[in-house]
Write a new protein. Structure first.
Length: 362
């Protein structure tokens, strides 16, 4: 019922491959891109395996950022809407006392960031001895040098017979080592062959730094923007640009990592609910954030590497939607542009005078 009400009619490729395997109890190593339905690919089997009559944490979902934790727990709650399953989210930057109080009530599914979950486990408040499944989303980030030790310590709180599911868009060496050490005969799913930028038309505009704002203004007046995310390469530039856009008379929010967590949550929530058309963001916001209404992504500052480019531009055109990406390129960016095109095997074309709405508007 929950799946139906979320409007899912048929499984996406990653869901089709991972749900049946996850239900058999096997460990999984899945490589799939953002926007392909990854969250539901592990939430559905996780919910299916929970016994609501058993008052214990039975599934732990680890994610690298607070935003992603909130979004993932929201998906779990919606999918489990008609079941008596208690979902809790816990992340750094929020009151520890509230989390401790909440853990005295039943919790079946816990979504959180590693540092905070470990903190609660060490205090003996978060009991994981009956947690038979651990999911790691964006596993490449969770296995970065500073976070991996926390994840490994967390695993020691889980029963021997636990099931581990790893989902990631990229698989660096750390993931491979972790797999060999902690996963038992994992089932490997690799869906990275289809191009990530499917459905997204990419253009570049060759500009000087001082022409960028003017260029953005022209784009706003010419494009049919449902919602847009505009990326800058630094926190400082995010705030300055947001101010400029507001001065031009367009509604605009901004979000970056140096903001208070509560403020970030509010911006994310309001933007997602359509309170504002444009969001200026730093790279904090590129991973896994799924806002269906975004049909235009603008790289006000061109990213340095192809992975960042992929994550940014993958914000539009998510799972079957069409999208448009416009890159403002300065003289210094030209080598990066060429390199990113090569690495991603994609084409970024010069922007035409007129852009056909059919390519990015439903």
């Amino acid at each position: 019922m929950g799946i139906y009400e979320k409007g899912f009619e048929r499984p996406s490729p990653i869901q089709e491959e991972s749900i049946p395997i996850a239900l058999t109890g096997s460990d999984i190593l899945a490589r799939a891109k953002n926007g392909t339905g990854k969250t539901a690919a592990f939430c559905i089997p996780a919910i299916e395996k929970i016994d609501p009559n058993k008052n214990a944490i039975q599934v732990l979902i680890l994610v690298p950022t607070r935003e992603l934790a909130l979004q993932t727990s929201q998906v779990c709650k919606e999918l489990a809407k008609h079941l008596k399953i208690e979902t809790m989210v816990t992340t750094g930057g929020t009151s520890l006392k509230d989390d401790i109080m909440r853990l005295y009530q039943p919790v079946h599914l816990l979504v959180g960031t590693p540092g905070r979950v470990l903190d609660l486990a060490n205090k003996g408040v978060c009991k994981l001895k009956d947690c038979s499944m651990m999911v790691m989303d964006e596993a490449d980030k969770l296995l970065s040098p500073e976070i991996q030790p926390l994840v490994e310590r967390l695993l020691s709180f889980l029963p021997e017979s636990r099931q581990v599911l790893l989902f990631s868009a990229t698989f660096p060496v750390t993931v491979k080592q972790f797999k060999e050490k902690f996963l038992r005969k994992p089932y490997v799913i690799n869906l990275m062959d289809e191009l990530t930028l499917k459905g997204i038309t990419q253009y570049y505009a060759f500009v000087e730094e001082r022409q960028k704002v003017h260029c953005l203004n022209t784009l706003f007046s010419k494009l049919q923007i449902n919602q847009s995310i505009i990326f800058c390469n630094s926190v400082n530039r995010v705030e300055l640009l947001a101010k400029k856009i507001t001065e031009l008379g367009y509604s605009c929010f901004y979000i970056h990592a140096k903001m208070l967590q509560s403020h970030r949550n509010r911006v994310f929530h309001d933007f997602r609910n359509g309170a504002c058309r444009n969001l200026v963001s730093s790279d904090l916001f590129t991973r896994g954030i799924d806002i269906q209404a975004v049909n235009v992504v603008i790289n006000f500052d061109f990213p340095k590497n192809s992975e960042t480019y992929l994550h940014r531009v993958g914000r539009s055109g998510r799972f079957g939607h069409l999208g448009l990406a416009v890159n403002l390129i300065t003289y210094e960016d030209r080598f990066n542009l060429y390199r990113i095109e090569q690495e991603l095997g994609t084409e970024i074309k010069p922007i035409p005078p007129q852009i056909d709405q059919a390519i990015y508007c439903r």
